[in-house]
Design a protein around this ligand. Structure first.
Ligand SMILES: Nc1nc2c(c(=O)[nH]1)N[C@H]1C(S)=C(S)[C@@H](COP(=O)(O)OP(=O)(O)OC[C@H]3O[C@@H](n4cnc5c(=O)[nH]c(N)nc54)[C@H](O)[C@@H]3O)O[C@H]1N2
Ligand SMILES: Nc1nc2c(c(=O)[nH]1)N[C@H]1C(S)=C(S)[C@@H](COP(=O)(O)OP(=O)(O)OC[C@H]3O[C@@H](n4cnc5c(=O)[nH]c(N)nc54)[C@H](O)[C@@H]3O)O[C@H]1N2
Ligand code: SF4
Ligand SMILES: [Mo]
Length: 729
């Protein structure tokens, strides 16, 4: 099949886009998506408020959007919503900067033979996509098409993938984020701490944090409960090589040597067990493997851990005692982003085990049990084919629960993927709302992979870096212009909330369900999308719940039910909390976490650490004018001693270079004692390289480009990326 062989990154200067003006108006030739702005009102004039839920990150906070004469003017927290309670983080409140960003993608784009983009009509773009998909499916099977995705808007594409018969799917929010944590907890408790973490930070007396930089990590409900807890006198222990915002609010800051947390956790476990500071009733009633654990941590004393962690043995002992003394009102916060050092599942296990010793599972001060409203399924027809995947991830990671994105990348490059019967079984990528160039380490390899694709489609709202490699770019609506699936997470106040359009789709953007349905129709699979528009799906589901769109809107966009505490049940092989995991042992892994030393940075090099800033979400918001005003660019945190060694002063511009010689763009230095001498830190999401991002192009530096190396977690494939060492050029 004809393939675009030079899938060169299109340097997306405006001049590279051809024919933008000529195509304007083409959309009117096609069926309009039946999205009605402001579903709770028939009028598009006057001022009214529309409830929905936020998508600037993935907490799903409830929002109330004020709309005046067809234009959204303000986003506020929805007081009726259990996980926003009338408040929003700066990013949620700044969502209009995304909706009205003049840099948004405005028309479908198609790559030309000379590696430029030309604006095309939706019909032309969709015909092209369906045609290529069909050829690939006929030649290589539907499973050779991979879906890479993030977020609620992806649901119709998942449905499309089921319809074509492909199970080849991946998302960076697994192996690059919380996958290891969730698996470590499931191996221990049979379940994870939740997408909206079910933690009683508001009620706990003593809480320890391993990383977990709340206050910079702005997950709204978690931060609200965290501040309530602090106001009520809860005491915090923060373990972080950096004096984070959370550390500044804590009783104890343990500036640990990066990568040695398992040693600290084993020492805490030792103190809790050998000083009889654990919840005996909980362990006796619910847990198995205690005697093995006790023996396992016999030697892991604070004195043993001190030299590894760089911490003082007395401080380790003291903090463990404080956690133990507060039982049953203490908690080890589960954290979220886990792709650190490649032993991430075991770190999650070590943390889960301590929570078991604290009796924190099923406890309102700990990890409480959530209840949820089960959203009835929409009656989608049976798929024509049984879906298959291009390779079986379970062969490589028997305890994994999803496909790591890096495996999809590898399986696209001839000769790179071990474990597939076919060489390079993946021929096409559909990318929905994930900027892989910024979220998966070693982006050079992604660049290589895309050269081998027969089709690369990117569905995006912004000219994100990943769009520059696509054959076809399709402009999605933002979350403020479409219906999406209902949100109903497990929580202590079970609820359902809706996402609905507050304004009509801008430019020629189209909602994700419409794009997926159009492709399905062109593939002869239109019957699989048995609805006229997504509003019908949502309304149908609400009606099964005894409500309707109209009703939920009258109730402020949220339905609730009374909380019913679920029974204490553990979906582990033994039905108990597994301190010793036979499942891990059988798969050839340590049944209990063990500390392994990780390499330290060589002289004049520093470990690159990265994290969040309260005002931004990854690279999704770095072009948002409202948020840029609050936080215009990222800086690199450098310890004063290291700054002296390199002759760097506060406010200087520097370029960073990693061990493989890869350089960053310029970044401002922040000289601060708030970080250890063996590492530097920057906020993720900056250093944009796409010129169409007029407000963020070349502002600050990108952490991801410097992450050329990663340590794979052998249990589930997490790409531990905090193993890159950099210096100053
Ligand atoms: N280097 C580095 N890598 C990381 C991290 C890090 O800190 N540093 N963090 C990791 C973590 S924790 C996670 S969860 C992942 C997240 O990584 P990704 O899954 O890639 O998520 P985002 O960075 O939010 O990418 C979202 C993209 O979606 C686009 N988008 C926003 N809204 C919409 C929409 O409504 N429709 C469509 N079609 N597109 C939309 C945005 O413009 C943006 O380009 O990254 C991981 N990777
Ligand atoms: N504002 C904002 N909030 C967000 C997001 C966002 O983009 N913006 N993204 C959301 C998402 S998807 C996620 S996954 C979470 C991520 O947020 P968290 O789960 O809180 O991320 P972590 O990686 O735990 O936290 C990074 C912290 O760990 C510290 N650290 C680095 N290395 C080590 C180490 O070896 N040991 C210890 N103990 N600490 C270390 C760093 O100094 C930093 O303070 O944030 C969520 N919240
Ligand atoms: S935490 Fe902030 S950005 Fe995330 S959903 Fe809530 S309001 Fe939106
Ligand atoms: Mo994440």
């Amino acid at each position: 099949m004809a393939r675009i062989t030079r899938r060169k990154f299109i340097d997306l200067t405006k001049s590279a886009i051809l024919g933008g003006a000529a195509i304007a108006g083409a959309a009117t030739l096609m069926s309009e998506p039946a999205e009605s702005a402001g579903s709770n009102t028939d009028s598009n004039s006057g001022e009214f408020v529309i409830p929905s839920y936020c998508d600037v990150c993935f907490m799903g906070c409830g929002i109330n959007v004020t709309v005046k004469n067809g234009r959204a003017t303000k986003i506020e927290g929805n007081p009726a919503h259990p996980i926003s309670r009338g408040k929003l983080c700066p990013r949620g409140a700044g969502g209009l900067g995304q909706l009205y960003d003049p840099d948004r993608l405005k028309t479908p784009l198609m790559r030309t033979a000379d590696n430029k983009f030309k604006a095309v009509s939706w019909d032309e773009a969709l015909d092209y996509v369906a045609d290529k998909m069909k050829t690939i499916m006929d030649t290589h099977g539907p499973e050779s098409l991979a879906l890479l995705k993030h977020g609620k808007g992806a649901a119709p594409f998942v449905q499309l993938w089921h319809a074509i018969g492909s199970k080849t799917e991946g998302h960076p929010s697994y192996a690059q984020c919380r996958g290891a944590r969730d698996i470590g907890w499931s191996l221990t408790f049979g379940k994870g701490p939740g997408g909206v973490e079910r933690v009683g930070l508001d009620q706990a007396e003593v809480v320890a944090f391993i990383g977990g930089h709340l206050g910079e990590n702005m997950h709204n409900v978690t931060v609200q409960d965290y501040t309530t807890g602090l106001r009520n006198g809860s005491r915090h222990i923060v373990v972080d090589p950096r004096y984070s915002t959370a550390a500044s609010k804590a009783e104890h800051w343990l500036p640990i040597r990066p990568g040695t947390d398992i040693a600290l956790l084993l020492a805490w476990t030792h103190v809790l067990i050998y000083e009889d500071l654990y919840d005996k009733a909980f362990i006796e009633k619910y847990a198995t493997g205690f005697s093995e654990l006790k023996e396992h941590v016999e030697y892991t004393t604070p004195e043993w851990a001190a030299p590894y962690t760089g911490l003082n043995a007395d401080d380790i002992r003291q903090t463990a005692r404080e956690l133990g003394a507060a039982i049953p009102n203490s908690l080890l916060f589960p954290g979220r982003r886990f792709a650190w050092y490649g032993d991430d599942t075991q770190r999650a296990r070590a943390m889960a085990i301590i929570n078991a010793l604290l009796g924190a599972w099923g406890n309102n001060c700990g990890v409480f049990l959530g209840d949820k409203i089960k959203v009835p399924k929409y009656p989608f027809p049976e798929a024509h084919h049984k879906a298959k995947a291009a390779f079986d991830s379970k062969e490589k990671y028997p305890l994994g629960t999803s496909t790591p994105v890096q495996d999809i990348i590898d399986a696209t490059i001839p000769g790179r993927f071990k474990g597939a019967t076919q060489n390079a079984p993946i021929k096409g990528w559909m990318i929905y709302s994930t900027n892989l160039m910024r979220s998966v380490p070693n982006p050079k390899l992604i660049e290589e992979a895309v050269q081998h694709l027969d089709l690369m489609v990117v569905v995006e709202t912004m000219p994100a870096e990943i769009t520059g490699y696509a054959d076809i770019v399709l402009p999605d609506t933002t979350y403020l212009e479409r219906f999406d699936v209902l949100n109903a997470p497990e929580w202590r106040e079970p609820f359902v909330s809706i996402r609905q359009p507050v304004v009509k789709p801008l430019y020629q953007s189209r909602p994700s369900w419409w794009i997926a349905k159009q492709i399905a129709e062109r593939l002869g699979l239109g019957d699989q999308f048995n609805y006229g528009n997504f509003k019908e799906v949502v309304d149908h589901q609400l009606k099964q719940l005894g409500s309707s769109l109209k009703d939920i809107n009258q109730k402020g966009g949220v339905l609730k039910k009374a909380y019913v505490k679920p029974a204490m049940k553990f979906k582990t092989p033994s039905g108990k909390v597994e301190l010793y995991s036979k499942k891990l042992a059988r798969a050839g892994f340590d049944p209990m976490p063990r500390f392994i030393k990780h390499p330290e940075p060589p002289e004049n090099y520093y470990r690159l650490l990265y994290g969040r800033t309260p005002q931004h979400t990854f690279s999704r918001t770095s072009n948002n004018a409202m948020l840029l005003e609050l936080f215009p660019e990222n800086e690199v945190w450098v310890n004063p001693y290291i700054a002296r060694v390199h002759g760097i002063r506060d406010g200087d511009d520097v370029v960073l270079k990693n061990k493989n010689g890869v350089k960053s763009n310029r970044i401002k230095v922040r000289v601060t004692k708030r970080i250890r001498q063996d590492c530097i830190f920057m906020a993720h999401g900056f250093g944009r390289t796409d010129r169409r991002l007029t407000k963020s192009f070349d502002v600050g530096a990108d952490d991801n480009g410097l992450l050329t190396k990663y340590e794979l977690d052998p249990i589930m494939g997490s790409t531990g990326s905090q193993v890159n060492f950099v210096t100053f050029v």
